[in-house]
Design a protein around this ligand. Sequence first.
Ligand SMILES: [Zn+2]
Length: 436
Amino acid sequence: MPDRLFRCRPLLPALLAAALTPVACAQPPEPLPGVTAFTGVALWDGTGAGLIEDAVLLVDRGMITAVGRASDVEIPAGAAREDLTGKTIVPGLVNAHGHVSDVLGLEGGHYTRENLLRQLALYARYGITSIASLGGDGAEAAALRDEQDETLDRARIWIAGEVISSGTPEEAEASVERSLALPADFLKMRVDTNLGANERVSSETIQRVMELGEEAGKRVTTHIFYLDDAKEVLRAGSGLIAHSVRDQPVDQEFLDLMAETGVCYVPTLVREISTFVYGDIPEFFDDPFFLKDADPAVIEELGDPERMAAVAASPAAQGYREAYPTAMANLKVVADARIPIAFGTDTGPAGRFQGYFEHIETAEMAEAGLTAEQILRSATGDAAACLDLEGVGTLEPGKWADFIVLDENPLEDIAALRSISRVVIAGNPVPGSEAN
Ligand SMILES: [Zn+2]
């Protein structure tokens, strides 16, 4: 009966309908296109506030307009409603150190718009909705970064441009100039010897790049391995320590430098694992959560006995394996010192599986002794704040509606981040993310 009343108006001549409306037609609210209220859900907003048990998240054309307890949020008449009773919402994860790269399968040389979009969709299906791509980025990525409007349904990208790892200050200037022309969102500098295999970039070049970053108002993110290098780049003005210190335990001087500069620390634990894990068949080759998005040809190639033997015999693999416990211990010390941790994985290069490896990283962070809440904060609001990524990381009014709907509560066990019911970016469901 009510349906027939709602439909009565168009069936009548306009004037008569207007005259009769107040009497005969109980009008439904006008639909509000683009407005959706997600209701009945437990919600953790990424700011460090506690879980809201019966929450409403209100989204208008991709942006959050209200979030809070059901009793505190007024749902406008005409909003579409989605009942998510029993589910938990957390912000989409922010990866402060990934690479949206030229790799396809295990092979480089495929830096195309299509391949970048493939990777951003892959990250998104696993709940990683924002990527800071720290190096190897070109004009195709800059164009994608500039297209991120309310129609978006793949991961967001920010870019560092070229990686500076050697050369004179003048050569570094030319490289920075090319990155700034993209324009890059931050700069990337690699200060490392690859376990003694190559010469480290000079202190003069480090200094020059930091000056250029400061002039341009861009953070210089730094790859380091050694404690002494980490201290040097911090003193020179680094804007992000993009890997773990792995040669020795961090000391008070390092912690003081981190605290004074306000710079964040990115563990990238899974990057270490990737250097030695293919000396054997990795356990995750049996994990359905990995297999659902893995290319069988790549699995076969990584499992080739000759390839595995070469990895197992590689001094670099052994060196990184030996350094791994130091990285784990240092993460706990840095976290205990209340230095902000920015979640990051260094995924993207061959064998570092985007999307899936982020879930290994969260498990390893837990193994290192971080609580589920510490891990979640590092992968949401803190990662975004560490790189000044606007509009993401937390679920607050004025931010993008980038979030994960989970079947289980990750504050109880971080592994619940795998129980993805759906990933949403700018209010849009990510294709292929449902019911993994
Ligand atoms: Zn990297």
